[in-house]
Design a protein around this ligand. Structure first.
Ligand code: ADP
Ligand code: TRP
Length: 324
């Protein structure tokens, strides 16, 4: 079975856009592969300088994925920082990556363009990411388009290592661009935590309803026949409701006794049907950090032998003694 691997930065508590745009499709795809899913906490350190936030977001992300259906017996769920072998490979790769390639990195260039003084972690971000991938012999890496450049670095350096130290030493990974639906936020723009337009994934039921009611719609009077398509309410509804339900909403909105308020209520109910049971699991898990720690530790223990085998192979190939 081919291996698929992807990392998630623990930089916020997940919202509905993350769920519909990333988590749900990733879990569907994961069924076709031996899947590795890790929390990229050392990547988050490039911007996150708050001990409590680091801890909380790490648990938020782990509990979210588990509540959304990640079966830890089938998918390797672990924390990047728990498998320290990644740093050994990071150094080896750093010695084979030209600084010029890192200077062309989009995040690094963006930071410079904004007049910031980027730290060396941001500069070296793609090196650590390449190590994340190559350490586990991943065949495919499902990522959003914004991560393509990082994937190119991983592919280039894998090919270079193979060329210099022996073909077949590292698996050259392939990017699998995830064409997830673009989930609109309350204002119709792309839902994003930084835009303040997001619907939190596991907020209490009451808060979820209140947030859904804030979705911006036209100010058509109730009697007016309105077109569902193109509205934020309907776009979100389509992502969680059945075809039959969608057709009904389209028809209902043309009736004089059915308006946006009713449509929002229907959306809330469809969201609640999808998220309600998951929220219960989330709350139970999130309230049990010892259990989350145990699950993450188990995940790390399962993948560590793979990491060790790669390091042993690489050390041998570069002319270092294989550690006893
Ligand atoms: P944010 O934009 O809120 O900061 P992130 O950049 O942390 O979210 O995104 C994490 C994952 O969720 C990525 O795979 C990203 O593509 C996906 N994602 C985030 N927002 C949306 C959205 N509005 N629609 C679809 N996918 C999204
Ligand atoms: N850089 C990725 C992001 O910001 C997270 C990440 C870290 C990652 N290491 C990875 C993704 C390895 C895929 C493979 O979303």
């Amino acid at each position: 079975m081919q291996r698929s691997l992807t990392g998630i930065k623990p930089s916020n508590a997940p919202h509905l856009g993350n769920y519909l745009g990333a988590i749900r499709p990733a879990l569907r795809l994961a069924q076709e592969y031996e899947s590795f899913l890790f929390i990229a906490d050392y990547h988050a350190l490039t911007t996150l300088r708050d001990r409590e936030a680091m801890r909380a977001y790490t648990y938020d992300v782990a509990a979210t994925w588990l509540a959304c259906g990640l079966d830890p017996a089938k998918i390797h769920l672990y924390r990047q920082s728990d498998v320290t072998e990644v740093f050994e490979l990071t150094w080896v790769l750093a010695c084979l990556i030209a600084t010029g390639q890192l200077e062309r990195g989009v995040s690094y260039k963006d930071a410079l363009a904004k007049g910031e003084a980027p730290n060396a972690g941001i500069f070296n971000y793609p090196v650590l990411m390449a190590a994340d991938i190559l350490l586990y012999d991943a065949d495919v890496v499902p990522v959003g388009r914004d991560q393509l450049q990082h994937l190119e670095v991983a592919r280039d350096v894998a090919a270079r290592v193979n060329h210099v130290f022996g073909e077949g030493l590292l698996v050259v990974p392939e990017a699998r661009i995830t064409e997830a639906p673009l989930v609109p936020g309350l204002d119709g723009q792309k839902m994003s935590k930084s835009k303040g337009n997001s619907i939190p994934l596991f907020a209490p039921q009451k808060t979820l309803r209140k947030t859904v009611m804030q979705i911006v719609t036209g100010s058509d009077p109730l009697e007016a026949a309105v077109e569902a398509r193109g509205s934020t309410v309907y776009e979100l509804y389509q992502l969680v409701a059945s075809e039959e339900q969608c057709r009904m909403m389209q028809e209902s909105l043309r009736r004089p006794d059915y308006g946006w308020g009713h449509a929002k209520q229907a959306l809330f109910e469809a969201l609640e049907a999808e998220l309600g049971p998951r929220r219960e699991v989330y709350d139970a898990l999130r309230g049990d950090e010892a259990k989350l720690e145990a699950l993450l530790a188990e995940g790390a223990a399962r993948v560590r032998p793979i990491a060790r085998a790669t390091i042993a192979r690489v050390r041998e190939a570069i002319g270092m003694r294989s550690r006893p």
